[in-house]
Design a protein around this ligand. Sequence first.
Ligand SMILES: [Zn+2]
Length: 199
Amino acid sequence: MITRHFGIPVTSPGAILRRERDLGTPLGQETAEVLRSGGLVSDKIIIELIEDWLRLHGGHGFVFDGFPRTLPQAESLMSMLTKLRTALDLVIWLEASEKTVRDRITGRLQCGECGFTTSSSSAQFANRPVCPYCDGRLERRNDDDLGVLQTRLQEFRTKTEPLGAFYKKVSVLHRIDGNRDRDAVFSEISRLIEDKTPK
Ligand SMILES: [Zn+2]
C-alpha cells in the first residue's frame, strides 16, 4: 500500500528470504527451517541482506517492514545510514494485542509470486484465490501456523521489545494502535509519512 500510494520502495527480510527459499538458493535453504519454526534468522544474515538491498534500491527513500528486529540490527542500520549520509525519518511501532496477531495469522493469504497479502475473510478472494496483480496463487503462508506463534512472541519480548527504548532516545519513534482495521492504520501511517515528505 505504501509503495502504491507514495512510490517509496518497501522491503522486508521475510519477503526476501521466502523468495530465496522458493528459488532454492543456499541462503533460502539455510534459513527456511528457522522461518518455519518462528525463530529469528541470525543478525549477520539479515544485516547482509539489508545492506545489499540498500546498495541496489536505497537511493531515493525506502521503508523497511519487519526490520530491524533486534538491537544489533538497529545499530548496524545506524552505521549503514551514516555511511550513506541518510537520516532515519521515522520509526513506526505497530502495537497489536496477542489476539489481533492470532486472528491475522490464521486469516492471511499471500501471493506466491509477488508477495501481495490479503485476508481470507475478503469476499473477493474466497472463491477464487488468485492474485489481482500477477494472477499468482494466493496461499496460506506455511510459517503462519499457530504453533509457531508462541516462539515468535517469545522472540519479540526478548529481542525486539528493547528497540522501543533505543528509538525513543533518537526521538523518531511513533507508536500506532495496530488493533484497528487496515484502512485506519494506513491513514495514520500516511499522515506520518506526509509530514516527513518535502512539499
Ligand atoms: Zn501476485
